[in-house]
Design a protein around this ligand. Structure first.
Ligand code: FAD
Length: 531
């Protein structure tokens, strides 16, 4: 008989009943594998999600188990432990080179992080303001509807995710995902359990600024520098090579640029297009923000267990197809609030944010309809999507009546087409104005939106709740533009320009944009090494 020795294995997709959420994981695993508690040396939870599908919610967990056993014979329902693929170390560059990173969002910061690991000391150039000035501008927008076009929810230190729900999940399968999560966790995003184990990890607006300050301080220790209120207006090019950046108030010399401007730098997209940089229009989605009392969503998802201490504020994700168009919920923020996210005067767009506790009592999500450049005229104009966004945002602003008030109606009115919402209440500041929100979209989008919402209301009982409200409009779910990249990750025909992140059109969301920043940095390092 083979002798017992120490083995490491993975127990995956183990359903843990809610009342067991505080039980010692060793006990859970011993019970599950039908082995003695003493056989289990240690148990480490590696992933936790909520399964609310079968009437009674439960936790679904993965564990890394270290136990004594017979190596030739794994217990049933287990697999041999295979460590996750890790991101290889950055390629080292001996001498510093003049490299600039445009944008301090997740893509720009992680690009700089990677470059600094390779021994470079890039300059980060950011159009928006640093903290605390950016916090003050956000406060003025929320309380008085006063927009500072260069310092708002999109522009400023940390980029678009700074005042957000801070959701950290992505479908991307890349070793950079784990790396980004680890760096964020080590810089104050949350506990190991909150960030590395929870499948729905999120940071929250109250924690992001501290994470960003910590990352920046380490980047500065490595020799990187930050320039704020420095808006890039164009590129300096000589002999098909980058030679620097043109700024609103001067210039900056460099031989390579990682361009990570996010999805809202419309003036920069226009300038790039004028100077012949390869851009194309890409598909995106527009729609509305939908709010419910959080207790309604909890009760829909968790039923009579909704007050159970093991359950976080509930989320939902819904999707359908109407006449060939995707209609889906996006960026759901449990216990959050809807916020105005414009970057231009007289144009309104919305998004959602939350604090780490997700305890505002209100749930919100975008409900959007997909569209492609071919839906717009002229489809081959790279900027056609931006023009369309602006048109919708202007209609939303005017319907709001003043200072970024949001046109708002009840979900039931939108579904019935009968607008009777004078007394509707939503936690949105600077304020709301009752208005038929669907009428702000062209029919070819309003109809799929209505049908999609109607299908969601049939799927989830009580979704069409009397206090469910619809606010308009959500227009910036992703970039309407792609800045083309060649196989080397560079702008075709222009040596030294590396587009990255959501604004490049190759990524979307905090983590995927951060990983794309790492990709762009690796492409730049390979290019430098080959020169
Ligand atoms: C309110 C809100 C909530 C969100 N919630 C979530 C969420 O919970 N989870 C999630 O995954 N995603 C969320 N997102 C989306 C997420 O923030 C973005 O996908 C992500 O930040 C994109 O990263 P990025 O670095 O590519 O661009 P950005 O974060 O947009 O950063 C771009 C930076 O470049 C700067 N910049 C732009 N143009 C110039 C210029 N010309 N010169 C100099 N600097 C320039 C901008 O000021 C900005 O700081 C949210 C977005 C918003 C607005």
């Amino acid at each position: 008989m083979p002798t017992l020795s120490e083995i490491k294995l993975t127990v995956g997709n183990l359903r843990v009943e809610l009342d067991d959420h505080l039980t010692d994981p060793r006990e859970l695993i011993a019970r599950h594998l039908a082995v003695q508690l003493d056989d289990i040396i240690s148990v480490q939870p590696t992933r936790r999600s909520i399964d609310a599908r079968r009437g009674k919610p439960g936790l679904v967990m993965n564990f890394l188990v270290h136990m004594t056993g017979r190596p030739s014979q794994l217990p049933a329902q287990t697999a041999e432990f295979v460590p996750a693929k890790i991101l290889p170390p950055a390629r080292q560059i001996k001498h510093n080179q003049a490299v600039a990173v445009v944008g301090t969002g997740p893509a720009g910061l992680f690009a700089a992080w990677r470059l600094s690991e390779a021994g470079l000391r890039p300059t980060l150039i950011e159009r928006g303001k640093d903290f605390p000035a950016r916090h003050e501008d956000i406060a003025a927008l929320l309380s008085e509807g006063r927009l500072e076009p260069e310092s708002n929810f999109h522009f400023g230190f940390g980029g678009a995710g700074t005042y957000s729900d801070g959701k950290l999940f992505t479908r991307l399968n890349h070793p950079g995902v784990r790396y980004v999560m680890q760096v964020l966790q080590q810089h104050g995003a949350g506990t190991q359990d909150e960030i590395m184990v929870d499948a729905q990890a999120h940071v929250g607006t109250d924690r992001w600024p501290e994470v960003l300050v910590n990352l920046r301080s380490e980047l500065e220790d490595r020799g990187c520098s930050f320039r704020f209120t420095a808006r890039v207006t164009g590129l300096s090019i000589g002999n098909k090579k980058i030679t620097g950046l043109q700024l609103a108030d001067g210039s900056h010399e460099c031989r390579a640029v990682i361009l990570a401007p996010g999805n809202s730098s419309r003036d920069l997209f226009e300038s790039l297009h004028l100077s012949g940089i390869g851009l194309v229009a890409k598909p995106f989605a527009v729609g509305v923000r939908l709010t419910h009392p959080q207790e309604v969503i909890d009760s829909i998802q968790y039923g009579r267990y909704s007050d159970h201490p093991a359950l976080p504020p509930a989320t939902y994700r819904l999707t359908t197809k109407v006449k060939g168009r995707g209609v889906y919920t996006f960026c759901m923020c449990p216990g959050g609030r809807v916020v105005p996210t414009p970057t231009e005067q007289g144009l309104l767009s919305l998004n959602g944010m939350s604090n780490s506790a997700r305890d505002s009592g209100e749930a919100n999500a975008a409900v959007v309809v997909s569209l492609a450049p071919e839906d717009l005229e002229p489809a081959d104009d790279p900027l056609v999507g931006i023009r369309f966004q602006r048109k919708l945002e202007q209609a939303a602003y005017l319907a709001g009546g003043e200072n970024f008030h949001a046109p708002t109606m009840s979900l039931s009115s939108l579904l019935s087409g009968n607008m009777s919402d004078r007394a509707i209440k939503v936690n949105y500041s600077p304020g709301i104005n009752p208005h038929d929100v669907a009428s702000l979209l062209p029919d070819w989008l309003a109809e799929p939106l209505r049908e999609g919402l109607s299908s969601f209301s049939r799927k989830l009982k009580n979704f069409n709740h009397p206090r469910a409200a619809v606010l308009g409009l959500e227009t910036r779910t992703s970039s309407p533009v792609r800045i083309l990249r060649d196989k080397q990750g560079m702008s075709p025909g222009l040596s030294g320009l590396f587009p990255a992140g959501e604004g490049s059109g190759y990524a979307g969301g905090i983590v995927s944009s951060a990983v794309d920043g790492i990709r762009a940095a690796d492409a730049l390092l390979t290019w430098l090494a080959g020169k």
